[in-house]
Design a protein around this ligand. Structure first.
Ligand code: PEP
Ligand code: MN
Length: 263
């Protein structure tokens, strides 16, 4: 079902009228973790003004250490809803466990499946039984084939609304957190009809590389970007080192607009 051979036309995922996979870039921005009402609403207002079409904020966070901030959980989802009411931006958050599927169905516009859960087949099957749009991130060490087969697990249940997200893979390189695999864009476009977006924040792990990799991803033909934006990156409770400020995001959006108009 994910294979272009059996479905030659590009899939366009429609999220309440906001499309990903059509001619326009989908711009998803927001903090790694929702921290407070003031934080999420302020970031939402600012990124919307700069041109973001979606707000993303983590409520349940898959942290490497169990002692790191784990997210505000259901309270975080409520704050995302408030930010949606305040700005009208559709909201995206990561679902880590099927036990919260109902809450996510009732709140978010798009369910994010994180890199660590790309091969959590039970989770994939359950979201596959719904019609909720899904962002499926590439696994930390997954091949493109494994990633497309994970999309297939969701699609086998009937859910066609899948957006793939390249977020970097593990390599021997240590100067970046991950190695952003931009070649995944044309490769996925050849083998699949699903839209592909790029996350340069996790892809590099460093705010100073976000601009160049965002621009490169757009020129390489991605359908959108997912960028971590925080109003105070130094104080962020997660992923501050790779988060850009709303001001930096605004400058980046102006450059991206020029590039995407060249396509
Ligand atoms: C995130 O989006 O904040 C995240 C945890 O990403 P990934 O699953 O790509 O590591
Ligand atoms: Mn993050």
């Amino acid at each position: 079902k994910a294979n272009r051979l059996f479905h030659p036309e590009d899939t366009i995922v429609n999220i309440n009228g906001n499309k990903i996979g059509d001619k326009h870039l989908g711009i998803i921005a927001g903090p790694c973790a929702v921290e407070s009402e003031e934080q999420i609403v302020e970031i939402a207002r600012k990124v919307k003004k700069s041109g973001a079409n979606f707000l993303r904020g983590g409520a349940f966070k898959p942290r490497t250490s169990p002692y790191s901030f784990q997210g505000l959980e259901l309270d975080g989802l409520k704050l995302m809803e408030i930010a949606k009411k305040e700005t009208g931006l559709p909201i995206i958050s990561e679902l880590m466990s099927i036990s919260y599927l109902d809450e996510f169905m009732n709140t978010v516009d798009v369910i994010q499946i994180g890199a660590r859960n790309m091969q959590n087949y039970d989770l994939l099957k359950q979201v596959g039984k719904t019609d909720k749009p899904v962002i499926l991130k590439r696994g930390l060490s997954s091949t493109i084939e494994e990633w497309l087969l994970s999309a297939e697990h969701i699609m086998a249940g009937g859910n066609k609304n899948i957006i793939l997200c390249e977020r970097g893979i593990r390599t021997f390189e240590t100067y970046t957190r991950n190695t952003l695999d931009l070649s995944a864009i044309p490769v996925v476009k050849k083998h699949s009809h699903l839209p592909i977006i790029v996350d340069p924040s996790h892809g590099t792990g460093s705010s100073e590389y976000v601009e160049s990799m965002s621009k490169a991803a757009v020129v390489a033909g991605c359908d959108g970007l997912m960028i971590e934006v925080h109003n105070n990156p130094q104080k962020a409770l997660s992923d501050g080192q790779q988060s850009i400020t709303p001001e930096q995001f605004d400058k980046l959006m102006k450059k991206i607009k020029i590039l995407s108009s060249l396509e």
